[in-house]
Design a protein around this ligand. Sequence first.
Ligand code: GLC
Length: 426
Amino acid sequence: MDNYNLENRNGKVKAFTDARFGMFIHWGLYSIPARGEWVRSNERITIDDYEKFFYEFNPVNYNPRKWAKLAKEAGMKYAVMTTKHHDGFCLFDSKYTDYKATNTLAKRDLIKEYVEAFRQEGLAVGFYYSLLDWHHEDFPAYKDRHHPMRNNEDFKNKKIDFNRYIKYFHNQVEELLTNYGKIDIIWFDFSYDDMTGEKWEASKLIKRVKELQPHIIINNRLGGNLKKNIPEDYAGDFTTPEQIVPPEALVNEKGDLIPWEACVTLNDHWGYCSQDKNYKSSKEIIRALVECVSKNGNLILNVGPNAKGEIPQESIDILKKVGHWIKQNGQSIYGCTNSINAKPEWGRYTQNDCYLYAHVLQRGVGPINLRGLAENIKRARLLCDGSEISIETPWNAEDYKEDAFLNFKSASLPDENDTVILLELK
Ligand code: GLC
């Protein structure tokens, strides 16, 4: 699917949900201390003490074309990259701050190169933008729940002009959506306590966002509630369960499905963490993707490149294995949704119109039962090679008149990650 474009399908959100699988990229100055992107907050690091990383930042191996090729090889259809994280450092060339990549040894706009590289590989392009800003002097510090200086008495009587911060961040969003051509996704992060909705002047912001990029897909973290009958205009287009796959498809108060995207790390950090080797297996990642789609969701998987601009080898290895599986089975992912058929005991279903995909995760003993599908199946094929699977009711299953059966010859599954059977429905 070259030049996959989120716009030219059946409406903007459908295009996003058809894509199903994306790459999240968390990258910034925090890749140097290498203890995750919350390092300033977790360790109460002052701006002055953090400043050394700004002067040192020099990602000599930054080559987003490599990242884009990897994302494509993994079967991902879109990417979202941090343009500014909570530490306030901008990877893009903003005229509203000096705290930006162009003033480091990198000396250039790293976001521009990201956009060009991912576009060139035919992926849709998204921007992550942090609503929090621990560098801006008008962002609440003392007693704010997350700010690195929350307990620092020196900040107790410091006057701030929050409106100035709002203006600053609205201006930056405007720059991001003006200077880089068409942007497919904007991913705001995040709202908390009373720092939500109109506190961010969210309605005004969203109006401007839509003027600048009418087709953009917007996440839900400016606040508001997508589950309401009539959501706020800033409630966004999709919800963002973090480090969790919801137990079932998400619906609003009316019972209509709402789009969602689970964001998940490969180890336990978003930003680069040199000590964190707690990587998930490629098998678990494949199954997580299938689980998301079987519940009508997307999966955006994170990579945290290091200070040199390299994606950790462990992440590369996992993504390549996922890509190998997707190459054979992508038809059961892209454009697919949850099925009206209940979750089977041996795995999961995904569906795209008259194609039902049986994701067999557990071989079990004997024929594989397709509950209630006796009259519905035209043919069954192993998705990876198109070979026929017999669906004649075997002698020992004649009591189960409502069900169909896959007569699986081998005692083990051909693909231990997830063996997918295409079922063409009548
Ligand atoms: C959180 C974290 C953050 C990360 C994000 C990704 O809100 O603050 O560091 O960027 O979630 O979902």
